[in-house]
Design a protein. Structure first.
Length: 72
């Protein structure tokens, strides 16, 4: 779980760093099958507007995970 969380944080930091705009847009263009560079840039800016480093768990969701885990 720690490795997954660290990987997610590293990915978000990379995405939010303006120096990586072109590379992130190219990756999105490839994997989202976008046709133009303009579509990739628009998608990148949309992603940046919703991505954040706020990774605190939702207490209600954490409680549900704990219940499910304790059943096993």
């Amino acid at each position: 779980m720690t490795r997954l969380t660290k990987g997610m944080i590293d990915a978000l930091v990379y995405i939010l760093d303006a120096r990586n705009t072109r590379e992130v847009a190219e990756i999105m263009k490839k994997h989202l099958r976008l046709n133009t560079d303009e579509d990739a840039e628009t998608s990148y800016h949309s992603l940046r507007s919703i991505a954040s480093l706020d990774i605190a768990p939702d207490p209600a969701a954490w409680k549900n995970v704990s219940k499910i885990s304790s059943r096993g």
